[in-house]
Write a protein that binds this ligand. Structure first.
Ligand code: KIV
Ligand code: NA
Length: 266
């Protein structure tokens, strides 16, 4: 297997090596990140907001996740591709989760799936991992619950919430998850959880004490319109670069300076 595997990630934790994960929703962008050496690419249901034009991740379907995941797999050679199970595709029963996880593996070719929930998803994670599906868990802020949470609040603040997060982390590890995303968790708590865990933690808005980090690619590349969360660092300003290119192209078309002779056939 020339792709990154769960064993590689377990070994990285042993060695104390940190790694970066990014989301990807298409073959072209995924290929850029693969060439840049990003070891794990997540086909997040953040595709709902970032690629499909929805208001949240809630409307995203299995059909959409399958198409986007297949494109990311086709566009990459080295990265482990993790496919998100969208809202409603795994909560009904462990059997439903296995059916949809298997679909992402068979039809899209992903190497692992991700699903939200700690203790509440433990039985499902157990069946999937026993069945040969590597599972990345996702606890702390779980955006598919946006309507139940009334927004995207920071999680794990206060003793009771902190204990719940620790129980969730323990539960997904015991159920067999190979890694766990900690989203929007105070840095100190995330660092503490990371120290107590045998599997790698992947932080997003969870401070520098995690084993790995993940960002939504459109946020970190400056493609997102409007505000981005506090925990995002913008490493580029692609929205401005691409907008300028489009404006300059349109201007040259209007002024008949494009196409020039060198872009034309004799
Ligand atoms: O869908 C997504 O992009 C995610 C990451 C933010 C972890 O779940
Ligand atoms: Na997600």
């Amino acid at each position: 297997n020339r792709r990154v595997t769960v064993r590689d990630l377990a070994a990285a934790k042993q060695r104390g090596e940190r790694w970066a994960m990014l989301t990807a929703y298409d073959a072209l962008t995924a290929g850029v990140f693969d060439e840049a050496g990003i070891p794990v690419l997540l086909v997040g249901d953040s595709a709902g907001n970032c690629a499909l034009g929805y208001e949240s991740t809630v409307p995203v379907t299995m059909d959409e996740m399958t198409i986007l995941s297949a494109a990311v797999v086709r566009g990459t050679k080295r990265a482990m591709v993790v496919g998100d199970l969208p809202f409603g595709s795994y909560q009904e029963s462990p059997a439903q989760a296995l059916r949809n996880a298997a679909r992402l593996m068979k039809e899209a070719g992903v190497g692992a799936v991700k699903l939200e929930g700690g203790e509440r998803s433990a039985r499902t994670i157990e069946l999937l991992t026993e069945s040969g599906v590597p599972v990345m868990a996702h606890i702390g802020l779980t955006p598919q619950s946006v309507h139940a949470l009334g927004g995207y609040p920071v999680q794990g603040r206060g003793d009771e919430a902190a204990h719940r997060l620790q129980r969730d982390a323990k539960a997904v590890q015991d159920a067999g998850a190979f890694a766990v995303v900690l989203e929007a968790v105070p840095a100190e708590l995330a660092a503490h959880v990371t120290e107590t865990m045998a599997i790698p933690t992947v932080g997003i808005g969870a401070g520098v004490g995690c084993d790995a980090q993940v960002l939504v690619w459109t946020d970190m590349a400056g493609m997102t319109a409007g505000r981005v969360p506090k925990f995002v660092k913008q490493y580029a300003n692609l929205r401005a670069v691409l907008g300028d290119a489009a404006r300059e192209y349109a201007e040259e078309v209007r002024g008949a300076t494009f196409p020039a002779p060198e872009h034309s056939f004799k």
